[in-house]
Write a protein that binds this ligand. Structure first.
Ligand SMILES: Nc1ncnc2c1ncn2[C@@H]1O[C@H](COP(=O)(O)OP(=O)(O)OP(=O)(O)O)[C@@H](O)[C@H]1O
Ligand SMILES: Cc1ncc(C[n+]2csc(CCOP(=O)(O)O)c2C)c(N)n1
Ligand SMILES: [Mg+2]
Length: 311
């Protein structure tokens, strides 16, 4: 079976939006929603973002979640997706069927639909790229540049679970509970977008390491930021400084990092409790530039590399 059969068999059933025309045309017509639309794209490469023997269902879910993470961090809801697939010659067709099944379910779980894509062979390893659009709230995307001096810095979920899972896979500890979070990041639920629309002045997703991303957030807002390492919700706990710095600069967390005025703190805490969202206050923005990380109230020496970079 070849490209055309794969598309009609595995991907056309997912492309139910009218603008996708059942994947029979050259283009997809995107919906304009009822307001401002944003777009993001993230790629996953075998050996770079996942291991060759990770289950293809996990790869599908990670692909969707890395993109959803960018969209929800803007206070927006996932809408439509375009998939680019480079399928290795050696992979069995059964893997493609399982990949497409998981992709369809995961997109649907976030309220998104596949509207198109491109399929090629890959001489080596699986290559995937997903483009995802999102429907913004009435004020448009919550930008990285919006934090104000005096704002509190908040983070959803846990930091470092993926790093712990990656280490476990490298070291052959197959029973480590963090492997699941490495393969399939646990995102904040969609209702985080209501909170961001209501209270956030600025927001981004943490994909390349908490500390490096916090520094980028502050730079985009032309401010400095202080992160209290004692407050950061590290997966599995992390008592010593070296481990905290390692977990906070590795990446693959896919949590939301946002700023909000101090006056919103009680409302954020109340909404989080009511909605069952895990959100932790981990720092403060101030005038100036750069990142300070504190432990036991004292500024710590930071390593040169604070986040993941390709190249
Ligand atoms: N090859 C490229 N061509 C055009 N724009 C790019 C390219 N790579 C990145 N960008 C843009 O640069 C900005 C930062 O991209 P980046 O991929 O670092 O986003 P991120 O969300 O911080 O990281 P992640 O990929 O880990 O989610 C985005 O606006 C993105 O669209
Ligand atoms: C097999 C394997 N080796 C290394 C890593 C680590 N890693 C790769 S990319 C990335 C940051 C986000 O990527 P991007 O910036 O491309 O969105 C991280 C933490 C991994 N996940 N799997
Ligand atoms: Mg991002």
């Amino acid at each position: 079976m070849g490209e055309r059969d794969w598309i009609s068999r595995y991907f056309a059933p997912l492309a139910t939006a009218q603008g996708a025309d059942a994947l029979r045309d050259d283009v997809a017509e995107l919906s304009t929603g009822n307001g401002r639309i944003i777009a993001t794209v993230d790629a996953l490469v075998e050996g770079v973002h996942f291991f060759p023997d990770d289950p293809v269902e996990s790869v599908a879910r990670k692909l969707v979640r890395t993109n959803v993470s960018d969209i929800i961090a803007k206070g927006a809801r996932p809408l439509e997706a375009l998939l680019t697939l480079g399928w290795p010659h050696g992979r069995p067709e059964g893997d493609l069927a399982r990949f497409a099944g998981a992709l369809g379910t995961e997109l649907a779980d976030w309220g998104a639909r596949l509207v198109g894509g491109d399929t090629t062979a890959s001489p080596q390893g699986l290559f995937l790229s997903l483009t995802l659009t999102g429907q913004c709230g009435p004020d448009g995307p919550v930008r990285r540049s919006g934090a104000q001096a005096g704002d509190a810095l908040w983070v959803t979920g846990e930091i470092g679970a993926a790093c712990r899972g990656y280490r476990a896979l490298r070291e052959g500890r197959a029973d480590d509970p963090h492997i699941a979070a490495y393969r399939e990041p646990v995102l904040a639920p969609l209702r985080i977008t209501d909170m961001l629309q209501a209270y956030a002045t600025g927001s981004m997703d943490v994909s390349d390491g908490l500390l490096g991303d916090a520094r980028m957030f502050a730079a985009a807002s032309r401010l400095s930021v202080r992160v209290d390492l004692d407050a950061v919700p590290f997966a599995g706990g992390a008592p010593d400084l070296e481990e905290r710095l390692a977990l906070a600069s590795w990446g693959d967390d896919y949590q939301v990092l946002f700023s909000a005025p101090e006056s919103a703190t009680p409302k954020i805490q109340a909404d989080a409790t009511e909605g069952g969202l895990r959100i932790t206050r981990i720092g403060t923005f101030a005038p100036g530039t750069g990142l300070t990380a504190l432990m036991d109230g004292t500024a710590v020496n930071l390593p040169e590399t604070l986040g993941f970079e390709h190249g």
